[in-house]
Design a protein around this ligand. Structure first.
Ligand code: ZN
Length: 268
């Protein structure tokens, strides 16, 4: 791991190219806005590390996520919506393996239905939704959590898409943010999980039709989440047949070995 946190902001990048109203909010794509925001938003966390920022999009070869790029990536951000099915299973597999090794993954908004998020959660990740220009109020329910650093007790987004419970996810290891919507629904908006050696954060806001990623509090959450999700270790998966540390006493009985385990050895 280098001293800087190596970050890739991945975006499907379709809405911005197809819809002029969305292009007006994100002229060079949400990935560019998010990368610029991360460049300019200093996380208030003590010891916060500098970032080495890059972006990747769906229509690049291998979706911009070649083995070499992912190998060097510490934290991957993921925004997808209408083209989840176009993401290749080989790339999903690669991202999952890197998370299990220790890479951080931050899944944004409609990424709740991405292949990678559903695979890592093991559940449907479905929810209620409504596009009605509603106010969203986000409550910080775990103020001591690193992702909450520098945030007020609550903050509002004047216009957002509603996401409502039940959100079909495994119970988060830590719940940092909870949303209330003008229409009355609640939603678990800032959720943390450990998967293998990697950290996963889901952050709800970010509907493409609204300027959500220009909001200072939203930018701060994401900047803090990058610091939180940065790898602590990098450990490739292995399952070795291993010698004992101490000499084993001779046994008077002998047992048959389970052939499958012995034969498979390191690849069991
Ligand atoms: Zn949306």
């Amino acid at each position: 791991m280098s001293e800087k946190i190596s970050v890739i902001v991945w975006n499907e990048y379709r809405h911005e190219q197809e819809n002029p109203a969305i292009a007006a909010i994100y002229p060079t794509g949400m990935h560019a806005t998010l990368a610029a925001a991360l460049r300019e938003t200093a996380s208030p966390l003590p010891g916060a590390r500098a970032l080495d920022l890059g972006t990747a999009t769906l229509d690049e070869p291998e979706h911009g996520l070649s083995a070499a790029r992912l190998d060097a990536c510490d934290v991957l951000l993921w925004w997808g919506h209408k083209a989840h099915a176009e993401v290749s299973d080989a790339v999903v597999e690669r991202v999952q393996r890197r998370v299990l090794e220790g890479m951080g993954l931050i899944v944004l908004h409609s990424g709740h239905f991405s292949k990678i998020f559903r695979r890592l959660m093991g559940t449907h990740c479905s929810l209620k939704w409504r596009e009605a220009d509603e106010k969203e109020r986000l409550w910080v329910v775990e103020p001591s959590h690193p992702i909450a650093a520098g945030l007020p007790e609550h903050f509002e987004l004047p216009y957002e898409e509603m996401y409502g419970e039940r959100f079909d996810i495994p119970t988060p290891d830590e719940l940092v943010l909870l949303s209330w919507f003008e229409g009355g629904e609640l939603f678990r908006s800032g959720c943390c999980w450990q998967r293998g050696h990697g950290r996963v954060f889901y952050f709800r806001p970010g509907h493409e039709a609204y300027p959500t990623y220009h909001d200072a509090n939203v930018q701060r959450v994401i900047a803090n989440a990058v610091q939180w999700a940065a790898p602590r270790v990098r450990l490739a998966d292995r399952c070795p047949n291993t010698a004992p540390l101490e000499a084993l006493s001779p046994k008077s009985l002998s047992f048959g070995r389970v052939g499958m385990l012995q034969e498979q050895g390191d690849i069991a």
